[in-house]
Ligand binder design. Structure first.
Ligand code: PLP
Length: 394
């Protein structure tokens, strides 16, 4: 018998003739509310990025998709400001990018310093420990940054293979200066691994100028693409360290030696790339480059200054220890005394459609995290948010 004739859902009709009755199931089609995403990510997405993601799926080895991959790599190199050949988008969120960097650079017993002044530095230490590293956690209080002396002392004492640090700590709103630290790390013969999840495309991330050996980001912050891809880049030196490994990379999925053969070289099948996510990232990167990096950084800075002025006029201050280190795209502010943290965030969401974030880790209940990332860094959003918050606090 013709299998299509007996296919149960079709009731005997040919599959191609089936008209799907949207009301035939208990589950309604998705109809998400439209939000203004001013939290710690995901950020607002440009409609053209969503439209790109709805384009027809092709095969992961289709010549068309291979060209898209090449273009994604070329555009990522420009955004990372690097000539690194091994620059690509890991399938997965920012944490997958973090794991990819750590597991490929670390072999069991290798020494790694993980700098923790917020939640994400702590996550890096956790990931490194799971990869078998002999981890030294270098700590600063949440909201502070590391000085060159802190790092110099630690590398001198521990002689690590890798130093991992977060450029833009989303849990505290602090921007870590990297230039001097990079010199100290390299003078000690170590590799510098940088978390650029929140900084990429919102702040200069100058991989080559700063001599960063490995870096990872996420698609959903200042790149303004939905979550699902983690841009990464590795210097030739980092690739050399990977080539000299004596042990297999602890993760099959994230093994760069195999991913290199798919994203470059032989185009050998490794895993099925998330085709439509890459379409989205491709369009998001086009928008970044069309705007221009400097203009984009200036836009983030401008709207941060405007938001800050508005908040200060309302008596609301920032939680970062030194104002010089405030991130433009993630404004971590102190919740005024006596204000109901969750209540205000709920009111912002329900009455104004605005999402902001609460504090993470020890900052829970103490701070709000207001994102101005990518497409969300716009004048109407700043004004809407300030007016809405004023109402919530009235
Ligand atoms: N690192 C930083 C600085 C982040 O802000 C985040 C996410 O917010 C991550 C890492 C983890 O990324 P993801 O949540 O996309 O896995």
């Amino acid at each position: 018998p013709d299998p299509f004739q007996i296919f149960p859902v079709t009731g005997g009709r040919r599959y191609s003739e089936v008209q799907i009755d949207m009301n035939s199931t208990a589950f309604k089609p998705i109809h998400p509310p439209v939000r203004t995403l001013m939290g710690p990510g995901p950020s607002d997405i440009h409609p053209s990025v969503l439209a790109a993601m709805a384009a027809p799926t092709v095969g992961h080895l289709d010549p068309y998709f291979l060209q898209i991959m090449d273009e994604v790599q070329t555009m990522l190199r420009q955004v990372f400001q690097t000539d690194n050949q091994m620059t690509m988008a890991i399938s997965g969120t920012g944490s997958a990018g973090m794991e990819a960097c750590v597991v490929n650079l670390i072999e069991p017993g290798d020494k790694m310093i993980a700098c923790q002044n917020g939640v994400f530095g702590g996550r890096m230490a956790d990931v490194a420990g799971r990869a078998g590293a002999d981890v030294t956690k270098l700590e600063r209080p949440f909201g502070e940054v590391f000085s060159t002396e802190d790092i110099a002392k630690a590398v001198d004492q521990h002689k690590p293979k890798v130093v991992g640090i977060v450029h833009a700590e989303t849990s505290t709103g602090a921007l870590q200066p990297l230039e001097e630290i990079s010199k100290v790390v390299h003078d000690a013969g170590a590799l510098l691994l940088v978390d650029c999840v929140t900084s990429l495309a919102g702040l200069p991330v100058e991989i080559d100028k700063l001599n960063i050996d490995a870096a990872y980001s996420g698609s959903q912050k200042c790149l303004s693409c939905p979550p699902g891809l983690a841009p990464v880049t590795f210097s030739p030196k980092a690739l050399g360290v990977m080539d000299a490994r004596k042990t297999k990379v602890a993760s099959w999925y994230l093994d760069i030696s195999m991913l290199r053969n798919y994203w470059g070289g032989d185009r050998a099948y490794h895993h099925t790339a998330p085709i439509n996510m890459n379409y989205g990232l491709h369009q998001a990167l086009r928008l970044v480059l069309e705007e221009g990096l400097d203009a984009r950084f200036a836009r983030h800075r401008l709207h941060h200054e405007a938001l800050k002025a508005g908040l200060e006029a309302m008596g609301i201050g920032y939680s970062v220890a030194n104002a010089e280190h405030s991130l433009p795209m993630l404004n971590s502010v102190l919740i005024p005394d006596g204000v109901d943290d969750a209540g205000v965030r709920k009111q912002l969401l329900n009455e104004f459609g605005i999402e902001i974030g609460g504090g993470l880790g020890p900052m829970k209940g103490k701070t709000w995290r207001i994102g101005l990332m990518g497409d969300a860094a716009q004048k109407p959003n700043v004004l809407l948010f300030l007016a809405a918050l004023e109402q919530c606090l009235a």
